[in-house]
Design a protein around this ligand. Sequence first.
Ligand SMILES: *Cc1c(COP(=O)(O)O)cnc(C)c1O
Length: 425
Amino acid sequence: MKNSKNMQLFKQAQKVIPGGVNSPVRAFKSVGASPIFIQKAKGAYLWDEDGNRYIDYCLSWGPLILGHADRRVLAEVKKNMANGTSYGIPTAIETQLAEMIVAAFDSIDKVRLVSSGTEAVMTAIRLARGATGRDKIIKFIGCYHGHVDSLLVSAGSGLMTLGTPSSPGVPKDFAQNTLLAPYNDADAVERLLAKYAGQVAAVIVEPVAGNMGTVLPEPGFLKKLRNLCTKNKTLLIFDEVISGFRLCYGGAQTVYKVKPDLTTLGKIIGGGFPIGAVGGKAAIMDKLSPQGSIYQAGTLSGNPVCVAAGIATLKQLRALNPYKKLGSLTERLCGGICQTLAAKGIPNTINQIGSMFTLFFNDAAVTDYDTAAKSDTKRYARYFQHMLESEIYLPPSQFEANFLSAAHTEKHLDQTLKAIDKWKL
Ligand SMILES: *Cc1c(COP(=O)(O)O)cnc(C)c1O
């Protein structure tokens, strides 16, 4: 694999961009490699500046469920862009995208569009606090909800209850309003809700976790959270920024039949453009200004180009209904990976649902952050590098989800499994 231009571009970038990247994981640090720089992409493929072509299993971290540069999405974007790129005044297509989201989620009557998943979560948290008049929130260790101050919190030493900032720059006072529980541990949530009775505004959860690698909710976990929240007048927030329209035309809430009070979306609903959304029942959503008093705003919110890309993506998902096929392709790939590695005597656990999965170099079940963290990250780094050399691009960290798109075919899977088979430890 040629890599000289990539290396030179990274050197150049580091002079003017902190760490050479605009989002940390792109630096390939945790896999001990130097980032590739992308020139273009199409379907299941990425091309880097050195001319290497990769099969892409990261897909811009999830948005590109139709594959890169989908022809029909691009056509809608071009058509809308020709009319202008931003007005800061309402457009008809914003309502159209909102209607599509409302139609796809039973729990959503109204939706506010923003420009990123982070912003959607920030808005959901403020709304929950404003609506309940309470300050505390409960989050799960290993779930990621964007770089929101009050959610950049990890477990302190000792009992995992009060959070401590996981980044300098997050005030301790913010972190102290964030309580932590292990994923899949509804009893821990019950204890926190009892201990801080009447103080918890919301429980926020990735209903299918994607940010400690893929981790599925255990049977009954989400239902139990729903019941606990209802009992304590605490709002339940499902962060479906990854899982929204990824598992089905709807969310993880559709699959697991549990209705949250608020839902955050992003990624797929922007079809590769910056977007986010927060939705819920009208009674809560109407507390946002200008209807209500809880402030939220955005210069580029509901941007017509992003919205057009989102509508085009959802329209195709509705028409093609690719979910069943995506699921069986992904199952086949995971089965193949598992077999190939087992034949080499490499312990592994694969968590998969629909078109998202994570291969953990771990011989035990991965059900939460602690079990995920036991994975062999050094082995993952070697695996990542071997696959990159074999022109297959995986997420550059053990603790991320892999994705398939409607542009992935059996041919790509065969090539991927062949590359894994050639891996020499
Ligand atoms: C990606 C992600 C976010 C943040 O979205 P951005 O658009 O990167 O700000 C929030 N929550 C979850 C679950 C995510 O996967």
